[in-house]
Design a protein around this ligand. Structure first.
Ligand code: ZN
Length: 297
């Protein structure tokens, strides 16, 4: 009888020690995760939760992704900004945010300072849109994915009819090219400044093949602040959504997108979604309720 009591007591002690050890292991692990934002393994069933705490200086986070399971249009697409942050499914159930690594080719993919594309992602359907560019060479940055290229051709044609002559400045950009570009900007302006206008490798929308910088056909103010307020910029602001493009980094949304106003940077997301977002005056982040925590400055 006494023997039994002792061994039960002994078991209980061992159990308590084991639990304590397990807890401390977990705490250690979570501390370590914070210090090492470079590991970007994706938890497949975790939606992108936006933290209110100060993020690490490096915005390297889990790349999510967006899928459009049923693209047929109806009026169901709308912003669900009232919902909780873990609910990233639109009310209609049409749009679901998923890790980018699962479907980097999704038309409505969310790529920003928080969510990256896989390093080796290269769209499989890049083509040369039949529109003017500010340069003549047949190089990568002249390419877009087929669906975006078709929409761009249509949009430039419509602009022409309104007396607005547009030209492409920069479309697709590979991971390696973005890396070289970003490093160049960092050298020139320093890391913090470079981050305000250039994406770190893997975090550029240009790698999706769905984004393009656009200017007037004379190339004046191409991808520069002075493009704002030009008749070309105004036309784009008014009409881009009709062709499935959004002004991805709108005025006064830097705290949400992480980028200063870029009236020239268009992102193809499909007509339905573009019209919805533009008419609401929101960003893609707000649409998915996944604002980028901006830590700099
Ligand atoms: Zn751009």
């Amino acid at each position: 009888m006494r023997k039994a009591t002792i061994s039960v007591f002994g078991l209980a002690v061992i159990l308590i020690i084991a639990i304590a050890a397990f807890n401390s292991l977990q705490i250690n692990a979570s501390i370590k995760d914070k210090d090492e934002p470079a590991s970007v393994t994706v938890q497949s069933n975790k939606p992108p939760v936006v933290e209110n705490t100060t993020p690490p200086p490096d915005q390297d986070a889990e790349p999510p992704h967006v899928e459009q399971p049923s693209p047929e249009p109806d009026d169901g697409v709308k912003n669900d900004s009232n919902s909780k942050s873990e609910n990233v499914t639109a009310d209609s159930g049409q749009l679901v945010v998923e890790p980018a690594t699962a479907a980097p080719e999704s038309i409505a993919a969310l790529v920003n300072k928080q969510y990256a594309l896989p390093e080796d992602y290269e769209p499989s359907d890049l083509v040369y849109p039949d529109v003017d560019f500010t340069f003549d060479e047949k190089i990568d940055k002249r390419k877009l994915r087929k669906v975006a290229a078709d929409a761009l051709e249509e949009m430039f044609e419509a602009a022409k009819e309104d007396g607005i002559f547009l030209a492409g400045v920069s479309g697709y950009r590979s991971h390696d090219t973005q890396k070289a570009l970003f490093n160049r900007y960092v050298k020139k302006d320093g890391l913090e400044n470079a981050r305000r206008y250039s994406a770190e490798p893997g975090h550029s929308e240009h790698q999706t093949g769905l984004a393009i910088d656009v200017s007037g056909s004379n190339g004046k103010c191409a991808a520069q602040d002075c493009f704002a307020g030009t008749k070309e910029a105004e036309w784009l602001e008014k009409h881009a959504a009709e062709y499935g493009f959004i002004i991805r980094y709108p005025k006064e949304k830097e705290s949400i997108t992480g980028y200063k106003y870029e009236p020239w940077h268009l992102r193809y997301i499909g007509v339905e979604l573009a019209l919805s977002i533009t008419s609401q005056g929101i960003t893609l982040e707000e649409y998915y309720n996944a604002a980028v925590p901006v830590s700099n400055e």
